[in-house]
Design a protein around this ligand. Structure first.
Ligand code: FAD
Length: 281
């Protein structure tokens, strides 16, 4: 373990997951790409006193494409993820989320783990894309590893992330096509004000997830129930989205809640059109 400390802050560069977990237990915050953390002071949040960096842990930087599943290490950057998923049938939506977020400089350092663990960040792109893929989230805790569905992780993450390290994201390869549609606004610093991610599994079932509208991304269960077993045009899907729109939009300086909610049916139409063309957006 490489450790440097100044009069006030402590920086540890862990060589293994076990070292990082021990540092977390001792109260260190994780430093991944730092693109979210570096803006803490602007948000009125104090920078952590003690951090553990993950950049020396090679196993967290791997994307493994296996026959039955894809395993993505927490330290994989958006750019590396986009590269690894390029041309992989079914994963167009996640690839589009990794390619469309932020800007090239940020994408080269911002990680998958950082996107999932930035608790107060409603506009995270990878989160709805991974919800639509029904991903599993692997954590390392002091008492061992734990794998949980992404919906459970999102519900419990404030508590879990007091001590846990997110190590990997695991996605089953039973997806036929997926799409990720975002509405960025220049005045929002190009952050998406609303996101719709959809994925169709090989058995035809469609999962829909929405990001940036409410404080935490979630599945659109009422729409999924209406879509079940139907072959629809994008316009028909939009009409069902209007009927089942149960989102309560969050107000923010970049967009008001009613607007975020109202744009969702049009984003569903665009996502369906992309899905029917073979994915992406
Ligand atoms: C100019 C700009 C534009 C942006 N645009 C977008 C955008 O369009 N879409 C988007 O989704 N995001 C955007 N972001 C936000 C941000 O870059 C991403 O959310 C990014 O993925 C954060 O990753 P990171 O590796 O930099 O995380 P960090 O800043 O290192 O960490 C973020 C948080 O997660 C915790 N953490 C990180 N890794 C782990 C882990 N493995 N286990 C436990 N906790 C962990 C950290 O302790 C911290 O609390 C933008 C950021 C900037 C600066």
């Amino acid at each position: 373990m490489d450790m440097r400390d100044g009069p006030e802050r402590m920086f540890l560069s862990a060589a293994t997951v076990a070292e990082a977990v021990a540092a977390r237990r001792a109260g260190a915050a994780v430093l991944a790409g730092g693109t979210w953390t570096m803006r803490d002071p602007r948000r009125g949040v104090s920078l952590p006193e003690s951090v553990v960096a993950l950049s020396r842990i090679a196993e967290l930087q791997r994307v493994e494409v296996l026959d039955g599943e894809i395993r993505i290490g927490a330290s994989v950057t958006h750019a590396a993820l986009a590269g690894a998923l390029s041309g992989l049938a079914g994963f167009e939506g996640l690839a589009a989320a990794a390619t469309g977020a932020a800007n090239p400089a940020i994408r080269r350092v911002a990680t998958v783990g950082g996107n999932l663990c930035a608790i107060d960040f409603a506009a995270a792109d990878l989160v709805p894309a991974l919800l639509a893929l029904d991903a599993g989230i692997e954590l390392a805790l002091a008492d061992g590893p734990r794998l949980l569905p992404i919906s459970d992780f999102l519900r419990e993450r404030s508590e879990l992330l007091k001590t846990a390290l997110l190590t990997r994201v695991i996605i089953r390869r039973d997806v036929a096509a997926s799409a990720h549609v975002r509405l960025p606004l220049r005045k929002a610093g190009d952050y998406p004000v609303a996101i719709v991610s959809i994925a169709q599994s090989t058995d035809g079932a469609i999962r829909v997830a929405v990001g940036s509208v409410e404080p935490v991304a979630r599945r659109w269960s009422a729409l999924e129930a209406e879509l079940a077993g139907k072959a629809l045009t994008p316009e028909e899907a939009q009409a069902l989205a209007e009927k089942t729109n149960d989102f309560i939009g969050r107000d923010g300086i970049e967009a008001e809640g009613w607007y975020r909610r109202e744009v969702l049916p049009a984003l569903v139409r665009r996502a369906f059109a992309a899905l029917q063309k073979g994915g992406a957006a």
